[in-house]
Design a protein around this ligand. Structure first.
Ligand code: PEP
Ligand code: MN
Length: 359
């Protein structure tokens, strides 16, 4: 059983940074009375530009240790150097995490994995800053190969040039789902604080994660968020966290409710037969492609015709709009169909060319 699946959802909360002993203890005291499983606080802060607060280092580890002893909450910190691991272990830290700016660098991840050989501690791996599922998966594998058994992935969004949709780090749910598809047993945590960068949007992203069967949430919590030394706009008070958690709907993959099961079963059967029709129609479309290739061969036309592709994009997008379907989605689908159609035409042309050459 994964350590990160021992509560539903598994909640990690605490300040972006451990700023002072008082702030650390005050936050831990409040969270220890709530449904929170793990207390987080940044001790070494990876800041994008120099000159910002970079964490209190080993002093803060002492405060965390005191918070743990006083309030009984297990604690977690971000580590980015083998030396951080050594110090964190010396101070009895329960769980470690790798930040987005560390996961992006395989050399550094390997150095950390080497430092963890022979150590039994759960480790969480944030997604890298760029949307690359292999890099994220690779970092997890490096830790597993070093013998770390309890691993969780944290989706904290991906940085981009513009903050589209008003997010600080754009979530990429398909990438998180792909990782879940590859590693179904892996615990998946969502960090709506770093995704949104804005405290008023945390609840909506947290709910979306639970709707997608994420196992846990990491939410930055500070007694006086507006005064925080880092990430002020996205931190919430322990009181606000309590409200967010109380309002979440926790969903299950399966239900024991018979009437819902029957309704779903019916809808699935209809969907199965529609899918069969879709596949049969695509097959008919491919047959037409092959016939067209034979015509193109006779009059020396190319398999790929950019003007035709533009026309497909335009007309299919219009059709999709009639059903309120996003244009990008239908273009994606048609790119795949069109590629396959061109591949078929090229193989027909190659066969006919061969015939012509041997004549
Ligand atoms: C953090 O959790 O405070 C942090 C620095 O996160 P990230 O690595 O996601 O930027
Ligand atoms: Mn932060």
């Amino acid at each position: 059983m994964s350590y990160f699946k021992t509560a539903k959802p598994f909640v990690i909360a605490g300040p972006c940074s451990a700023e002072t002993r008082e702030q650390t203890l005050e936050t831990a005291a409040a969270l220890s009375k709530m449904n929170v499983q793990l207390f987080r606080a940044g001790v070494w802060k990876p800041r994008t530009r120099p000159g910002s607060f970079e964490g209190n280092g080993p002093d803060a580890l002492v405060w965390l240790q005191e918070a743990k002893q006083t309030y009984g909450l297990p604690v977690t910190v971000e580590v980015a150097e083998p030396e951080h691991i050594e110090l964190a272990l010396k101070h009895d830290i329960d769980v470690l995490w790798l930040g987005a700016r560390t996961t992006v660098n395989p050399f550094q991840v390997q150095r950390l994995a080497d430092a963890l050989k022979g150590v039994r501690i759960p480790v969480m791996v944030k997604n890298p800053v760029n949307p690359d599922v292999n890099l994220w998966h690779g970092a997890i594998e490096r830790l597993e190969q070093a013998g770390i058994e309890q691993v969780a992935a944290i989706h904290r969004g991906f940085s981009g040039y513009s903050s589209a949709a008003g997010y600080r780090n754009q979530p990429n749910w398909p990438i998180a789902i792909e990782l879940k598809r590859r590693r179904p047993e892996l615990a998946m945590i969502c960090d709506p604080s770093h995704i949104t960068g804005a405290r008023n949007r945390i609840a909506e992203v947290a709910q979306k994660a639970l709707d997608m069967r994420f196992d846990g949430l990491m939410i930055e919590t500070h007694p006086r968020p507006d005064e925080a030394w880092s990430d002020a706009a996205q931190q919430v008070t322990p009181e606000a966290l309590k409200t967010i958690l109380a309002q979440l709907t926790v969903r299950e993959e399966f239900t024991t409710d018979m009437s819902s099961q029957v309704q779903l079963e019916y809808l699935r059967q209809v969907m199965d037969s529609l899918d069969a029709e879709i596949i049969d129609l695509i097959a008919r479309r491919m047959e037409l492609s092959e016939k067209m290739a034979a015509v193109k061969s006779v009059c020396n036309m190319t398999a790929y015709q950019p003007a035709r592709w533009r026309e497909i994009v335009e007309t299919r997008s219009e059709r999709a709009a009639m059903h309120q379907m996003p244009k990008e989605f239908i273009i994606d689908v048609y790119e795949k169909i069109h590629h396959e159609s061109i591949r078929k035409q090229l193989s027909v042309l190659a066969e006919l060319n061969k015939g012509a050459l041997t004549k």
